[in-house]
Design a protein around this ligand. Structure first.
Ligand code: HPA
Length: 246
């Protein structure tokens, strides 16, 4: 049986090694999603998956059609989304290659289409976003990670506009704001999912120390490939464990 869980996978798609068993090109009233709906097999289950940055071309974080992506999964019957996002590590106990589940976010993005804008009532016009990530789904992912032997960091995801990386001063500011990790794609994805009543959680993979945070002053890009490979192995294991019990 297919669970109602869907995936939105970012730049680590290839490293995640998903077993794609079908594809369906779809359109939505908000345009074309970044990729066809990819039907992936994990632990005897089939899930619908969107490749956030596309499959054959790379769509930059600020240019992703987040509305079409979230809408396409909703129309496919997905009620819970696990988003796999690459992030830079800000807090010192978070190191490249490790995984985290944010429980809060701060949105620093600008100019992205961040609402379906069809709300007829006060709840859908002004969605309650006190808790941007679904605590139950986040908890289930954390439990699966613990079963796999991974210690999971929680924390605050600062969502920046990109596509450039930050200055060291910007990272200092994010840290003062309380951010423990920085990435480019959790918003507006999280709020769009909330508008459609989809439970949404992020499983984040740290692929670099954020700007100015590398202990030995190692250039940001030097370690990304290895951290991505290590982190995605962990993500694949966690998803398998989670889906085996879903
Ligand atoms: N900053 C912003 N987004 C990112 C980073 C970063 O350092 N690493 C991966 N995504």
């Amino acid at each position: 049986m297919s669970p109602d869980i869907g995936l939105i996978v970012g730049s680590g798609l290839a490293a995640l090694g998903l077993d794609v068993v079908g594809t369906e090109t779809v359109q939505t009233s908000f345009g074309e999603p970044s990729s066809p709906l990819l039907s992936v097999a994990i632990a005897d289950k089939r899930l619908e998956c969107i490749a956030r940055h596309g499959v054959e071309r790379w769509i930059a974080p600020h240019a992703v059609n987040y509305r079409a992506n979230v809408r396409a999964l909703h129309e496919a019957g997905v009620g819970r989304v696990i988003a796999i996002n690459l992030v830079g590590a800000i807090s010192p106990d978070f190191t490249p290659g490790s995984i985290a589940i944010p429980d809060q976010l701060i949105d620093y993005t600008a100019g992205r289409e961040s609402s379906f804008g069809e709300g007829q009532d006060i709840e859908t016009r002004h969605v309650d976003f006190t808790l941007p990530f679904d605590p139950i789904l986040s908890g289930a992912i954390a439990a699966a990670a613990a079963d796999c032997g991974y210690s999971i960091r929680r924390g605050v995801y600062g969502v920046v506009q990109g596509p450039r990386l930050e200055t060291a001063a910007e990272i200092d500011r994010l840290e003062r704001d309380g951010c423990t990790m920085v990435g480019m794609t959790a918003m507006p994805e999280a709020v769009l999912a909330r508008e459609l009543g989809i439970d949404y959680a992020v499983l984040a993979v740290a692929v670099n120390y954020a700007a100015g945070r590398s202990p030995g002053g190692v250039p940001i890009h030097a370690e990304i490939e290895q951290a991505l490979a290590d982190g995605m192995l962990r993500v694949a294991e966690v998803l398998k464990r989670l889906l085996a019990s879903s």
